[in-house]
Design a protein around this ligand. Structure first.
Ligand SMILES: C[C@](O)(CO)[C@H](O)COP(=O)(O)OP(=O)(O)OC[C@H]1O[C@@H](n2ccc(N)nc2=O)[C@H](O)[C@@H]1O
Ligand SMILES: Nc1ncnc2c1ncn2[C@@H]1O[C@H](COP(=O)(O)OP(=O)(O)OP(=O)(O)O)[C@@H](O)[C@H]1O
Length: 288
């Protein structure tokens, strides 16, 4: 039996450059992995794919991205067996943190290892991209500039280790809905991706914090005002900067220390009904 991990991500920036003929949007965004992760135990079976999950409310059948990733590997490489998996879910679902993508990435890695396929990361990324735009990033981890529909990745220097607070309101946002509504309203402010990449290369945490920008934020805030409230609370409590991740609704606040992150988390836990996590940024996984 092996145990694999899938880490959550946050978007330091997210820009939408236009709508494509295939229905996806052309994006340019800086993505960052964080330590909050799901764990999947995996062992070979004769032929079935079996999935159990630590929470009852998430489907454990062929609709689950972990299941679909295992099935994709089995079909693509005509494997002569299946896999039994147990998923310990910690990353909030439909939260803008790529939880499902993280699980799929972990299973792709796990099947590669269990079946001794020896596939390089870039092959797993190509396969992963067919299941979801965020999956290639979840395979690479660290700090990346993502373009195309999010699957074209350029490795950046790892962002300097930064503690952060995550606040997940008790609501879920559909990614497709957020992109669709963006088309109707656009955004007044766009991220400066070139500058943030330069500041990441310099390792200037404060400058990075000053450049956070996500064009989907105003779309989701329009429907769920609570997001602005959590942002304001984090800033009042001394976060360097605060922003919604991905299509939301999770809000993250970057902080100067673990102590500050814990303090902000304490205030949010007392004054809101959001799910609150304290975590930190993590670096690259492979030497691609
Ligand atoms: C919001 C982000 O999480 C930011 O990192 C990603 O762009 C979304 O990545 P994801 O959840 O892996 O998205 P996918 O599963 O590939 O797509 C879900 C839906 O989101 C919309 N979508 C997604 C990515 C993209 N570049 N343009 C889109 O319009 C499409 O309607 C698509 O059907
Ligand atoms: N293993 C999984 N974990 C979480 N959600 C899953 C999983 N498999 C399928 N899903 C479905 O995928 C949808 C999106 O969940 P996910 O947690 O990946 O969203 P997200 O954090 O908003 O992702 P992103 O940031 O990539 O847009 C949910 O509606 C959920 O039912």
């Amino acid at each position: 039996m092996i145990t694999v991990e899938g880490k959550a991500k946050i978007n330091l920036t997210l820009d939408v450059l236009g709508k494509r003929p295939d229905g996806y949007h052309e994006v340019a965004m800086v993505m960052q992995s964080v330590a909050l992760h799901d764990t999947i135990e995996m062992e070979k079976t004769e032929d079935a794919i079996q999935l159990s999950i630590s929470v009852p409310w998430l489907r454990a059948d062929e609709g689950n991205l972990a299941w679909r990733a295992a099935d994709l590997m089995r079909r693509t490489y005509q494997l002569d067996g299946g896999v039994r998996m147990h998923l310990t879910k910690r990353i909030p679902v439909a939260a803008g943190l790529a939880g499902g993508s993280a699980d799929a990435a972990a299973v792709l890695r796990g099947m590669n290892e269990l079946y001794g396929l020896g596939l390089p990361c870039r092959t797993l990324c190509d396969l992963g991209a067919s299941l979801g735009s965020d999956i290639p990033f979840c395979l690479m981890e660290g700090t990346m500039l993502a373009t195309g529909r999010g699957e074209i990745l350029k490795r950046l220097e790892d962002m300097p280790l930064t503690w952060l607070v995550l606040a997940k309101p008790r609501l879920s946002v559909s990614t497709a809905w957020a992109y669709q509504n963006y088309d109707a309203q656009g955004a007044a402010v766009h991220p400066d991706n070139q500058r943030i990449c330069e500041e990441i290369a310099r390792g200037d945490r404060k400058a990075i914090a000053g450049l956070l920008c996500n064009v989907l934020e105003s779309v989701t805030i329009k429907k769920y005002e609570v997001i602005s409230r959590y942002k304001a609370m984090m800033l009042e409590q001394g976060a360097m900067a605060s922003m919604m991740s991905g299509s939301g609704p999770t809000v993250f606040g970057l902080t100067e220390s673990r102590e500050r992150a814990e303090r902000i988390a304490g205030v949010l836990r007392q004054n809101t009904d959001a799910d609150i996590f304290v975590t930190h940024t993590t670096g690259k996984l492979t030497n691609d």
